[in-house]
Design a binder for this molecule. Structure first.
Ligand SMILES: [Fe+2]
Ligand SMILES: [Fe+2]
Length: 198
């Protein structure tokens, strides 16, 4: 049996609860986040960065697993996501030029994930099980943003262009805003009351 595929812009099979679609989007974003970090492993060679990346990567794959388990507890296997947030932002942003760009993109997508989880946590309708998962994943996200930002600024300064990192973050943030505005509309239509603000 093949697994069901889903995209925010497509309709939702009535046999699939909207919350399973949402958890699948979260899972997909975590997996793509892990993929970005995996790429960084080849670029950041200081021992400190390698240690931080190893922990960070372990946590992102753990988050993807927590959302996988949450889907299973909702009675469904996770859905395969086509054209999710990270795919869209990657396409709109083009290939990062160097490690400063790669780190800036990572900060923007991490901040987005954190904000979204925080918004979901504030939702009056969040159930206890989902709340626990959200609390576990958000507990890790703050240090992710901090260390990646620090590393990005350090490398940009080392290259003699300290402003480059923050410039890149601003550029990616504009792209992120355009991508999430589209997803916001599509997901509200698809998920109804279950949709979480971007
Ligand atoms: Fe995460
Ligand atoms: Fe993270």
């Amino acid at each position: 049996m093949t697994q069901t595929r889903i995209a925010a812009t497509s309709g939702l099979d009535p046999s699939i609860p909207p919350e399973v679609a949402l958890f699948s989007y979260y899972r997909n974003a975590e997996q793509h986040g892990a993929n970005l970090l995996f790429r960084l492993l080849r670029h950041l060679e200081t021992p400190e960065a390698q240690v931080a990346l190893s922990q960070h990567l372990a946590e992102e794959t753990r988050h993807a697993w927590l959302w996988t388990e949450r889907c299973l507890r909702a009675g469904h296997k996770p859905l395969i996501v086509d054209d999710g947030y990270q795919t869209r932002i990657g396409r709109a942003a083009g290939i990062p030029r160097d490690k400063v760009d790669l780190l800036a993109l990572t900060v923007v997508v991490e901040q987005r994930a954190l904000r979204r989880y925080q918004r979901h946590l504030k939702s009056p309708t969040v159930d206890v099980d989902t709340r626990e998962v959200l609390e576990r994943v958000t507990a890790d996200e703050a240090w992710h943003v901090d260390w990646i930002r620090e590393e990005g600024r350090r490398i940009a300064a080392e290259k003699g262009a300290p402003e480059r990192f923050d410039d890149a973050v601003r550029r990616y943030r504009q792209i992120d805003a355009a991508v999430t505005a589209e997803l916001e509309v599509a997901e509200r239509e698809q998920l109804g009351a279950v949709a979480v603000e971007w």
